[in-house]
Design a protein. Structure first.
Length: 107
């Protein structure tokens, strides 16, 4: 895919997440039900986009600003923690060796 296609995909995913994860107006809204799934998709596609066509600073700024408004969703914290842990495991395996003991993480 071209750089513009990757950026369009990320903007689209950010818009979906913003709509679903914004501050709820009713209890147990659809955002509560889909939060973990839509965040997982966003983070996974974002990481693939970073490998294929690195997003520019405006997209990173948008992600940061939107994520700040989603912090009332506990799934954001646990999903981000899993992403960070997975990236840390990859980095440790690269720096040391694949046989380096893995850390445990519970959410």
């Amino acid at each position: 895919m071209s750089h513009e296609t990757w950026e369009s995909l990320l903007v689209f995913l950010l818009a979906i997440n913003e709509e679903l994860l914004a501050t709820p107006t009713i209890k147990d809204d659809v955002g509560d039900q889909l939060c973990e799934r839509v965040l997982s998709v966003l983070f996974e596609v974002w990481l693939v986009a970073c490998a294929k066509s690195f997003p520019g600073p405006p997209l990173w700024r948008t992600l940061r600003e939107m994520a700040i408004t989603w912090r009332h969703r506990t799934a954001l914290i646990s999903t981000w923690a899993r992403v960070c842990l997975a990236l840390t495991h990859r980095l440790i395996a690269f720096v040391y060796s694949p046989s380096f003991p893995k850390h445990q993480f519970w959410c």
